[in-house]
Write a protein that binds this ligand. Structure first.
Ligand SMILES: Cc1cc2nc3c(=O)[nH]c(=O)nc-3n(C[C@H](O)[C@H](O)[C@H](O)COP(=O)(O)O)c2cc1C
Length: 229
């Protein structure tokens, strides 16, 4: 396995136990392909969701987990270091360890609530707490539907504390044809919030000429027959 010795500060990729685990897998793949060093932590809840949704067992031990993610993403090389879900002595648990920022994708409401109330039981919560206290970018991609008032208040609290809230909400203006294109759109837009360009996207360039009527068009007499009463 390649040694973890990144040339520039790594991105922390935290995966908690919300639905949408394929987004986390694709994010890791795009980061490694873009030569971004990754420190990864997968919560115990996320390990359970992988089992429930995909019938797959994510190992909890870091070395086995690193091998698992490399196999899943097909990225044998690239700077990746995995941490145990409750390892409070991991490098990313300290503010003295420099990072480029942290993304929680997907973020469960449990993780959101614990970070919002400053309760750092697991490594994800501690690392998020560190990013907030160090005023480093923290991007949270919450996944739940619908949101109750507690969820909304917790997310508001985190936004007030400096986190970027980037829910993985799909759009159709880029005209996706496959689920994979939709997944890429969501992942790339979430990482936009960290100012990282993770891939090519059919970004909105403005409406094509003539697509929307101008005020002048609307004032012209229409060549169409009058609408039925
Ligand atoms: C299949 C499955 C899907 C889940 N999806 C969500 C979800 O979308 N959002 C959420 O907040 N919790 C979801 N949960 C519940 C969380 O996994 C659970 O609250 C867990 O304790 C969260 O732990 P964590 O925040 O440490 O990852 C799901 C659980 C299962 C088994």
């Amino acid at each position: 396995m390649p040694t973890f010795n990144p040339a520039s500060p790594p991105v922390v990729l935290a995966v908690s136990g919300a639905s949408a685990q394929p987004l986390a897998q694709r994010a890791l793949q795009l980061l490694l392909e873009a030569d971004v060093a990754v420190e990864m932590v997968t919560s115990r809840g996320a390990i359970g969701v992988w089992q429930a949704e995909l019938g797959l067992r994510v190992p909890s031990e870091p070395e086995a987990q690193e091998q698992f993610w490399r196999e899943r993403t097909g990225c044998g090389s690239g700077q990746l270091r995995c941490h145990r879900w409750n390892d409070q002595a991991a490098a990313i648990a300290s503010g003295s360890h420099r990072t480029r920022g942290m993304v929680i994708l997907p973020a469960s409401m449990g993780t959101v609530g614990r970070i919002a109330s400053g309760v750092a039981l697991d490594l994800i919560e501690r690392a998020a707490d560190v990013h907030l206290k160090e005023a480093r970018p923290l991007v949270i991609a919450p996944r739940e539907l619908p949101w109750n008032l507690v969820h909304l208040r917790n997310l508001t609290r985190l936004a007030e504390a400096g986190a970027r809230i980037a829910p993985p909400v799909p759009a159709w203006y880029h005209q996706p044809r496959t689920i994979e294109e939709m997944v890429d759109f969501l992942v790339i837009r979430v990482f936009d919030a960290l100012d990282l360009e993770l891939g090519s996207l059919n970004r909105w360039q403005g409406a094509p000429l003539g697509a929307h009527p101008t005020r002048q068009d609307r004032q012209q007499p229409s060549s169409l027959p009058p609408a039925e009463p």
